[in-house]
Design a protein around this ligand. Structure first.
Ligand code: 13P
Length: 257
């Protein structure tokens, strides 16, 4: 990998605070001395404090899975990136397909969240990806480009350069149907090309693009071997410390190549 590898675990709505303490403590032990791969986890909001306590000195970053784009106010039942930052988070996951499909996070809302995340001082991880129907209609690239354009419109180069992108084809999420390395690499190349057409060269060269969707220890190598795949956003397999650690070990083998 030309860029420093990045492996992130999206725990979704799993691991309550008590389970998080045990899981994060095991993860910290498993990763002791590991300094080749950047690692982050995204617990559910209630479990963020427990994760932060256990991972404080470990180098593993903690992020929030989603938040409102307002910093505070009359928005019952949600969180803000600003408060996540105060709670000790370093990152914000934005535009995940479950947010888009289940919670009506449209492209314009995703854009507001990116801006709020950036102004709160958290590093955004922006997820993009097409549905199976869109892929079968030959519209995958166009859909992903539109998601990028809409979410990133108006950002300054230094804001763009702080972003991490994640390509997560909807049909590969939680299905066990992983994209082939060629399918993933082709879209990652398109994403980097889009960046190079819309930002200074250093941004497109340095931005890390993660692949997400049914990443497991046994398929991570074939994906991470690809030129434009800089890491993984792992769902199900991140709920097992052994599997998540195994994926991190695979990523470390490709570092600096
Ligand atoms: P799975 O790894 O369970 O397919 O989930 C991927 C994902 O949605 C990560 O954000």
């Amino acid at each position: 990998l030309q860029r420093r590898p990045f492996i992130a675990g999206n725990w979704k709505l799993n691991l309550d605070p008590k389970e998080t303490s045990a899981h994060a403590s095991k993860l910290r032990e498993a990763l002791q001395g590991q300094d080749i791969v950047d690692v982050a986890v995204f617990p559910t909001a209630l479990s963020i404090p427990a994760a932060i306590v256990e991972l404080r000195a470990s180098g593993v970053l903690v992020g929030i899975q989603d938040a409102h784009y307002h910093a505070q106010g009359a928005f019952t039942g949600t969180n803000s990136f600003t408060m996540a930052r105060t709670a000790g988070c370093a990152m914000g996951l934005i535009g995940h397909s479950e947010r888009r499909s289940l919670f009506h996070d449209t492209n314009p809302i995703t854009s507001l969240k990116i801006q709020s995340c950036l102004s709160s001082g958290l590093q955004p991880v922006l997820c993009v990806g097409e549905t199976l129907e869109q892929r079968n209609n030959g519209a995958a690239v166009q859909i992903v480009q539109e998601q990028l354009r809409s979410a990133l419109e108006g950002l300054e180069p230094d804001q763009l350069s702080s972003l991490i992108l994640a390509y997560e084809p909807v049909w590969a999420i939680g299905t066990g149907v992983v994209a082939t390395p060629d399918q993933a690499q082709d879209m990652h190349r398109e994403i980097r090309e889009w960046l190079s057409n819309n930002s200074p060269a250093h941004v497109s060269n340095q931005t890390r693009i993660l692949y997400g969707g049914s990443v497991k220890p046994n398929n991570a190598g074939d994906l991470l071997r690809c030129k434009d795949i800089d890491g993984a956003l792992v769902g199900g397999a991140s709920l097992s410390v052994d599997a998540f650690n195994a994926i991190i070990q695979v990523a470390s083998e490709f570092a600096g190549r």
